[in-house]
Design a binder for this molecule. Structure first.
Ligand SMILES: NC(=O)C1=CN([C@@H]2O[C@H](COP(=O)(O)OP(=O)(O)OC[C@H]3O[C@@H](n4cnc5c(N)ncnc54)[C@H](OP(=O)(O)O)[C@@H]3O)[C@@H](O)[C@H]2O)C=CC1
Ligand SMILES: O=C(CO)COP(=O)(O)O
Length: 342
């Protein structure tokens, strides 16, 4: 049993936000979810369900929800961001005046996985650029192989809590850990966030291979060579290469590139079956982070002069209407090269 009982605000009532808020409530914390829409807050409070994002899941009745950001975050020791990457900045901007007014200095935690279009910022960079250090007690990123659907059934799940502030990471570790949810600390925030964001792009590719009927050799090739280029860009951005053999590297890549729960994998699978991207996104009803991250990664790789052939190929399919089978042939017909560039 967790010995801490913290006041926690979870910003985002999608699938991952709801499962994490429920887990934190089960851990004995006083948790309020901030739902974007009033009707979602009402459903969480009155029915203790979130049927759109987690059909059939019954929530802990102590979990509260509101669509009022001030009510959700007032006095919180920890504020968890679990909204899609493209809205993190806007939500942080709404939070800042509330923190200034109250003088509260919570630990800010990000569970989102993506890179911001236009700025190329990681989530922790967005938070740090909007909320000055005097208004928080550390920024921590949690990431690892963790589908909401599995964690909701208490499947054993492992994550890393990354921060340059080790004390803040250890605090987050204590707040979240229980018998089925285990966190490790890591001080390589760049590596953890780059691994988390870039694996979503490779997962779209893995889904596409499945949709097209490719076998296990091909999928293993994609995952392995995908990890090689994730590591290449990550290290160029300042990451420790070791981080990519950890939970937020190969761990998250494995789960996302092989699971039917993955929204990114499902998007790729539908592309492989010939569906149009816009139709897939319209029907998904949930965020598919890899689509916008493919654009950021493609641009960032060009800017930094990093070779990312698989990411570029996926970008071509998503943004330039390139046919998938021909794109795969072009990847295979590139010049021969050594496996590792030392
Ligand atoms: N799902 C998972 O298993 C995991 C997800 N993640 C990451 O967590 C993040 C959130 O993902 P997930 O929970 O799956 O997302 P979902 O698509 O399930 O939910 C997104 C949530 O964000 C809300 N939202 C949309 N627009 C806004 C806005 N402008 N302001 C505030 N809130 C908004 C949605 O509200 P509404 O319903 O009203 O549109 C919804 O509650 C992503 O970065 C994802 O990569 C990480 C690990 C696991
Ligand atoms: O990050 C995730 C699992 O660790 C979730 O991936 P999807 O967004 O593809 O479902």
């Amino acid at each position: 049993m967790n010995i801490l009982s913290e006041k926690i605000a979870v910003l985002g009532a999608g699938s991952w936000g709801t499962v994490l808020a429920n887990l934190l409530t089960d851990n004995g914390h006083d948790v309020t979810v901030w739902a974007y829409l009033d009707k979602d807050a009402h459903e969480l409070n009155d029915q203790h369900t979130n049927e759109h994002y987690l059909p059939g899941f019954k929530l802990n009745e102590r979990l509260k929800a509101t669509s009022n950001l001030k009510d959700a975050t007032d006095g919180a020791n920890l504020i968890l961001f679990v909204v899609p990457t493209n809205v993190v900045r806007g939500v942080a901007e709404q939070l800042l005046p509330l923190l200034k007014e109250s003088g509260n200095k919570p630990v800010l935690v990000s569970a989102a996985k993506g890179l911001e279009v236009g700025t190329y910022d990681r989530i922790s960079e967005i938070l740090a650029s909007v909320i000055p250090a005097e208004n928080h007690s550390g920024i921590v990123v949690i990431s690892g192989p963790s589908h909401a659907e599995d964690t909701s059934t208490k499947d054993i799940t492992t994550l890393t809590a990354a921060s340059t502030n080790l004390e803040a990471a250890q605090y987050v570790q204590k707040v979240f850990m229980n018998s089925y949810f285990r966190l490790y600390t890591n001080q390589d925030v760049v590596g953890v966030e780059m691994g988390a964001a870039l694996k979503n792009v490779i997962a779209i590719g893995a889904g596409a291979l499945h949709g097209l009927g490719y076998g296990d050799n091909t999928k293993a090739a994609l995952i392995t060579r995908g990890l090689a280029e994730i590591t290449r860009l990550g290290v160029t951005m300042g990451a420790d290469p070791l981080t990519f053999s950890g939970l937020s590297g190969v761990g998250d890549l494995i789960v996302t590139a092989t699971s039917v729960h993955s929204r990114n994998w499902r998007c790729g699978n539908a592309l492989g079956h010939g569906e149009a991207l816009q139709d897939i996104l319209d029907n998904m009803g949930q965020v598919v982070e890899g689509v916008s991250t493919a654009k950021v990664a493609h641009e960032l790789a060009q800017k930094k002069g990093v070779e990312m052939p698989i990411t570029d190929a996926i970008y071509g399919v998503l943004y330039e209407n390139k046919p998938i089978r021909e794109t795969i042939v072009s990847l295979m017909e590139r010049d021969s090269k050594p496996e590792f560039d030392y």
